[in-house]
Write a protein that binds this ligand. Structure first.
Ligand code: DP6
Length: 337
């Protein structure tokens, strides 16, 4: 009976949503603890989520990872296994685990999933391991897996604090406003479904080691963060969009100036930048942001969604469009059932 009870307690499932940064995280102040060199502000996305089940089992000899129904590659499995070592050491347990993780968005759509993945994993695994964490502790834990995952712990508008402490105890995310605060939409324009050559971790490190603009990028971030908080507080859409676009292009310019330069865009990405600006000249309230990949994310308010969707439907080079409003906090699905 004891065994049965223990096994029952060591299982949990959690759901977390992806997020997109309006003020970008790019650069690390500590690689081992994954501490960001800058704060960031994001919105959590309702239509993109990851559901993850974790089961600790003393019979397992190594951690197992299933991604969207198939065993993950060795590199991914090891990244997750290193993360599970943190959980085991905090919970003082030794059992290996089986992790089953599923995205609700199309696999291979060229969308980053480490934010929702590590937020869901942090919540499910801490619960399964019997840890009771505060939201800050949960965000700190998710950050160890992936910096942007620290933000996916919360819904709505979220700010990640860069923190000052060497141990990372003050590098966690906080919610600025819940999802219902403002009916913003993100339209994700997918321009490529190919695996990118350089991930965000590698891209950041190369940028901080070689880009002559890196110092300037870092030194301006607090001002951008302050301005974005203000734009959100006032629900000033033009200000939010203009600033998000500025910050994204600045991040890319800094990465492009690395040696060798890091260029995440394809031709369609560039065409879309021009098109968004053309639409604005015609009076359309739409802005863009771009992460470490070729997809363009449009930022708009709810009433513009249909028109924009139609406008970009047949744009050459766009493979798929996903529309999403803002989403909720990460949550447990069926705790220890
Ligand atoms: C461009 O969170 O993927 O999307 O902490 O190394 O896992 P690691 O990086 P990651 O970086 C995200 C970079 C970005 C901007 C952002 O989301 O803020």
């Amino acid at each position: 009976l004891d065994d049965e009870k223990r096994l029952r307690l060591m299982k949990a499932t959690a759901i977390a949503h992806a997020n997109i940064a309006l003020i970008k995280y790019w650069g690390k102040r500590d690689e081992r603890l994954n501490l960001p060199a800058v704060g960031s502000i994001s919105v959590t996305l309702r239509e993109l989520s990851t559901k993850t089940q974790v089961v600790f089992d003393e019979k397992l000899t190594r951690d197992e990872l299933i991604l969207n129904g198939t065993p993950a590659g060795e590199e991914e499995r090891q990244r997750v296994s290193r993360f599970m070592d943190i959980i085991r050491s905090e919970a003082k347990i030794s059992e290996k685990c089986k992790i089953d993780s599923r995205n609700n968005f199309p696999t291979g759509a060229g969308l980053a999933s480490s934010a929702s993945a590590f937020a869901a994993l942090a919540l499910a695994s801490s619960h399964a391991a019997g840890l009771t964490l505060s939201p800050e502790e949960l965000s700190i834990l998710a950050r160890r897996g992936s910096g942007s995952a620290a933000r996916s712990v919360y819904g709505g508008f979220v700010e990640m604090k860069k923190g000052e402490a060497a141990d990372g105890s003050d590098a966690f995310a906080v919610q600025l406003a819940p999802p219902e605060y403002w009916d913003l939409h993100i339209l994700i324009l997918i321009t490529s479904t190919e695996q990118k050559l350089i991930g965000s971790t590698g891209g950041m490190i190369q940028t901080q080691e070689t880009s002559p603009y890196y110092f300037r990028w870092i030194s301006e971030q607090d001002r951008d963060l302050r301005e974005m908080r203000e734009a959100i507080r006032k629900r000033d859409f033009e200000h939010l969009g203009e600033l998000a676009e500025f910050n994204a292009l600045k991040m890319h310019a800094t990465a492009i100036a690395a040696r060798p330069g890091i260029l995440y865009w394809n031709g369609t990405t560039v065409e879309l930048i021009h098109e968004v600006r053309r639409l604005r000249l015609q009076g359309e309230a739409v802005y863009f942001t771009i992460d470490a990949g070729p997809q363009v994310k449009l930022i708009c308010e709810a009433p513009s969604v249909d028109k924009l969707r139609q406008h970009f439907q047949n744009f050459p080079g766009i493979k798929q469009i996903i529309d999403t409003p803002l989403g909720p906090d990460a949550y447990l699905w069926e705790a220890s059932k």
